[in-house]
Design a binder for this molecule. Structure first.
Ligand SMILES: Nc1ncnc2c1ncn2[C@@H]1O[C@H](COP(=O)(O)OP(=O)(O)OP(=O)(O)O)[C@@H](O)[C@H]1O
Length: 308
């Protein structure tokens, strides 16, 4: 199936001379949740802003469901909803008015039934007559999402949707975003919370220094780059790792009681059997052993560090 968004050779140099994007190629599949991860200043917001028509690219090409974002910007833009990072809303308007107005901006005829459904989905229905300024931060954020959905886009961009949102509300937002995806909306979100990407995303894109470092299905990424740790609780503490075991990537805990072996999940032969045999040969006995997989966070940190 043709990707819903195709990005080719995208570059952006700001007026200051700073090159924020250095040739980005990215395909976004229809109906998926793609999480864009990257350190501060990596270019996430710049990338989103270009696709949404807010910032102009210096070079490259973007199509949204086949529509070129420059030549055919109106059609491209009408397919997209954007939830920006900053909380900016018309404070003096009611929730109903501000969301209805957003729909009108896209030239769509009024449709109270659509607005009602969106507000109900976002648990804002009982606040429909409340002025936006009287809402809590979390509710204001949901109003922004309602505005972005008001013209029934098939693609939703969320720039750090849960920044500064408490843990409980964050869970609620994740569920809501999951429901949106189930209804067929393609979702691209940026986040600093790796846990958020781990929980929700179908694919993970990592951007660093204006370049896409990697895009991969989450499950494949965890499988491919994940490392496993085997921890052995030693019967008697060691002062140092014996020289005969120097070939193995082992670390010894400070108290000498834990020996940790790191291995790739990809490798067919993990070498564990050999290691355990060698330990036995050297009279090193253990009382317990367990394995543990690395989290997406560890994978991400090592990726960004590697390419820095
Ligand atoms: N209007 C601008 N003029 C000059 N430089 C800019 C402008 N906007 C962004 N930049 C620079 O471009 C780089 C990328 O910024 P961008 O906001 O895209 O990063 P980001 O990945 O979204 O970061 P964050 O996670 O902090 O939101 C940064 O170094 C930023 O300072």
């Amino acid at each position: 199936m043709q990707p819903i968004i195709e990005i080719r050779g995208l570059e952006k140099t700001y007026a200051s001379g700073f090159q924020a994007l250095k040739g980005v190629d990215l395909d976004i599949r229809r109906g998926e949740i793609l999480a864009l991860l990257g350190p501060n200043g990596a270019g996430k917001t710049t990338l989103i802003s270009i696709v949404c028509g807010i910032v102009r690219a210096t070079a490259g090409r973007v199509t949204v469901d086949g529509h070129d974002i420059q030549r055919d910007w109106r059609a491209a833009r009408s397919l997209i909803g954007l939830v920006p990072q900053e909380l900016t809303t018309e404070a003096f308007e009611s929730v109903w008015a501000t969301v209805s107005f957003s729909r009108g901006l896209f030239g769509k005829p009024p449709n109270p039934a659509v607005i009602e459904r969106i507000l109900k989905d976002l648990s804002l229905w009982d606040k429909k007559d409340t002025k936006v300024m009287a809402l809590s931060g979390g509710m204001k954020r949901r109003v922004l999402i309602a505005k972005a959905l008001s013209h029934e886009p098939s693609i939703l961009f969320l720039d750090e949707p849960t920044a500064g949102v408490d843990v409980e509300l964050r869970r609620g937002m994740w569920e809501m975003i999951g429901r949106l995806r189930d209804s067929g909306v393609t979702i691209i979100l940026t986040t600093h919370y790796i846990e958020e990407a781990e929980e929700m995303a179908d694919s993970i894109g990592v951007i660093s220094g204006g370049r896409i470092v990697l895009v991969e299905e989450k499950a494949a990424l965890m499988e491919k780059l994940g490392k496993r740790l085997l921890t052995l609780q030693l019967q008697a503490p060691l002062d140092a790792i014996p020289a005969e075991l120097a070939d193995y990537p082992l670390t010894l805990s400070d108290n000498g009681r834990e020996l940790v072996y790191r291995f790739d999940t990809q490798q067919e032969r993990t070498g564990i059997a050999g290691l355990l045999r060698k330990l036995g040969d050297h009279g090193i006995t253990y009382t317990n052993l367990h394995t543990q997989e690395s989290s997406l966070e560890e994978i991400f940190v090592s990726l960004v560090r590697e390419r820095a």
